[in-house]
Design a protein around this ligand. Sequence first.
Ligand SMILES: Nc1ncnc2c1ncn2[C@@H]1O[C@H](COP(=O)(O)OP(=O)(O)OP(=O)(O)O)[C@@H](O)[C@H]1O
Ligand SMILES: [Mg+2]
Length: 456
Amino acid sequence: MARPCECRGSSGKSGSRGEKGRAGISLRPGDPVSRQREHAQQSPRGAGTGFEQKKGSRVSRQSATLKGMFVGRKDGILERFAAEVRPVVEITEWQTDPSRGYGAIRSAPPPVVFVDLADDPFTRLNLASRIVKAAPSTLVFTVCSTKSPDLILEAFRVGVADFLVWPGDEGQAGTAVRRAVEKLGARRSKGEVYSIFSMKGGQGVTTVALNLVDHIRQLTGEKVLLFDLNLYAGQAGTFLDTGAAYTPFDLQRDLKRLDQDLLFSSLLKHERGFYLLPCPEEISDADRIARDDVARMLEVLTTFMHYIVLDLPHDFSGKTLAALEASDAVLLVFQQDLAAVKLTLRVLQFFDESGYGKDKVRLVLNRYNQKAYLDVEDLSKVLHQPVFGTLDNDYDGVMESLTKGKTVDMVVENSPFNVQVRALAGRLTGVPVVEPLKPFWRRTIERCLPGSNGKR
Ligand SMILES: Nc1ncnc2c1ncn2[C@@H]1O[C@H](COP(=O)(O)OP(=O)(O)OP(=O)(O)O)[C@@H](O)[C@H]1O
Ligand SMILES: [Mg+2]
């Protein structure tokens, strides 16, 4: 257990997870203690098939009032707490049963959760810790009537946004909650853009893009968009069997009056939780959208989305260049055949001349075959930069997902290709990937296998 620290009022301070005994923790009654929470682990995995059209508006990080859930007792004291934080967070759900509360948060993480530490604080802190892990994008606050240093330190160690002492001085809790919400909003003022690109067709750009978007969503639980910029006849929608949808052409039309309500009520939302901006089903007139339109669309979309994955066409048109320029990372997808490698080298040279640093452009070797003539080491030498990730050739898994109109994670979760795309999503977003536990029977068999020494 952490040594209780010397504490003084400083509710705006932030620190990293696991930071113990640091100064800046208030112990005066009612004083909150702030710290910034980092991403933790996986969010709950969805299941099922198909798409749903998003209905109604969603709470944006720019909203004045966020929706929140309270897990714990409901009495007059805590109702006064709800009134105190209402200008920033409206508590719309009150779960008196912690297990039910946890289940509800796992299936639909709210933006904010308050956990009442009540008379069993360490058990409730354990619950707060599980919520932090299960819902990385949710701001979790603990509410407690006492202010034990051990408790406060433990709360920050598990990753809560702030430790609120209630009952406390009027305005203290509300100010602390507002500060934590604003801090989170500032941290996420712009979404990340990842372009998936290759100059040669058929390398796996669309396959990588749609599976990556799925994993980013599962890992972060945040607002994630797959944007198909193959405006003549993009295939992302076909691969996911979406049917008619709101397209980039509709977005361009609405751009001037776009707000979060219009965007989220128009966009197609997959039941895995990510949004999709696919191309129309018929061949479209891509020229209706210009380079500046793409730049503007991305500028606007990044204010609403946390992550945008772009499925780019195989060209260097103005639209593609606008997308590449707006990207935080470009995944250059290629396969091991000589023609693809030669073209990739030329693209890298072009990127270099365009001033794209090696930290922006990442090589992704798709349909990787370890027995091929050129291995990863050779390729890294030829291309003058390391291969960022390899994705196995997984004909069965990818074909089955295409046939069913699903992502690979939905049909063959354990395929190497799927595990590798998940790892790629983790490395890009910085969110740690927690591999699902192997089933009990498998662990037992592996332990009993000769030569395993019980280790795997
Ligand atoms: N890792 C993989 N394992 C097995 N098959 C794959 C893999 N990646 C892609 N494919 C298959 O390769 C084909 C081309 O993939 P995809 O359409 O994603 O590439 P693309 O670069 O987007 O092509 P296009 O030029 O049509 O835009 C598809 O049939 C897809 O199923
Ligand atoms: Mg494609």
